[in-house]
Design a protein around this ligand. Sequence first.
Ligand SMILES: [Zn+2]
Length: 304
Amino acid sequence: MIHILDTRHLGRAGIIASTALETDEGLVLFDTGPESTFENLATELRTIHFSAEDVRHVFLSHIHFDHAGAAWRFAELGATIYVHPRGAPHLIDPAKLIASATRLYGDDMERLWGRLAPVPEERVRILQDNDIVRVAPFEVRAIATPGHAGHHHVYHWDDNVFGGDVAGVRLGGGPPTPPFVPPELDIESWLESIAKIRALNPAKLFLPHFGLVKGPVPVHLDALDERVRRWSLWFRDRIRAGHDEPQMTPAFAAYIAEELRAAGATEDETLDYECADPSFMAVSAAVRYWRKHHPEQLSSLRSD
Ligand SMILES: [Zn+2]
């Protein structure tokens, strides 16, 4: 039995999910949401007749706060936390993560994400690409899937995939969109990761933002793949034309709002997308990506 639990981040429904799987060895969570919504999640667990103490295994797609912020709370209650090798050091010692997030969010840090504390090392289990964890009656396989973040896993069991952020954000009646965030956005890796998920041919794909994908998974992945490519080129062309970040930010926000509406999102859902995946982050992510990976493509003086 799989349950989509709504963390109701900042009081908004349908933005950040934790996905729960019932097993013979207690409850498994895929991502926990931020620490600020731990009590909401505990309430959601009670509605399916579990408690936070019943969570024995937490599989993290990556360590961004909206996915892993509450992991330490579950570790405190005895859960094992599974994570990519490059995510583990930041769970065990979150000082650097807190410092960089505080630079980004300032005084809003606690309101947005809550408190952060270390996960004791003995509660962390590092998973390499293709490692399998047996949680009877399931075998959960970690698959390294960089692109959104370098330290990202998706998880595969039976014919299900928990897709993390690399599998896209899809809210309400809207289309799948790729959350471009700094500092590790990598377009080529992202496309390879989508291909890896496609090759698993899952019947069901679960997203942290938000829940079970409706309709065929390949159609979702194709639409996501197309947006990763097109959005990255949108940025390349503007950087080439000499636009700076303050110019690109409102232009990109307008570009995607228009696209979401055209694809069937309501006004409210368009706002939800902005909450789940702020458009300003895409601008700095894409600028950094192009300058770092393909500076030769940014020259406007090219003749070809
Ligand atoms: Zn993320």
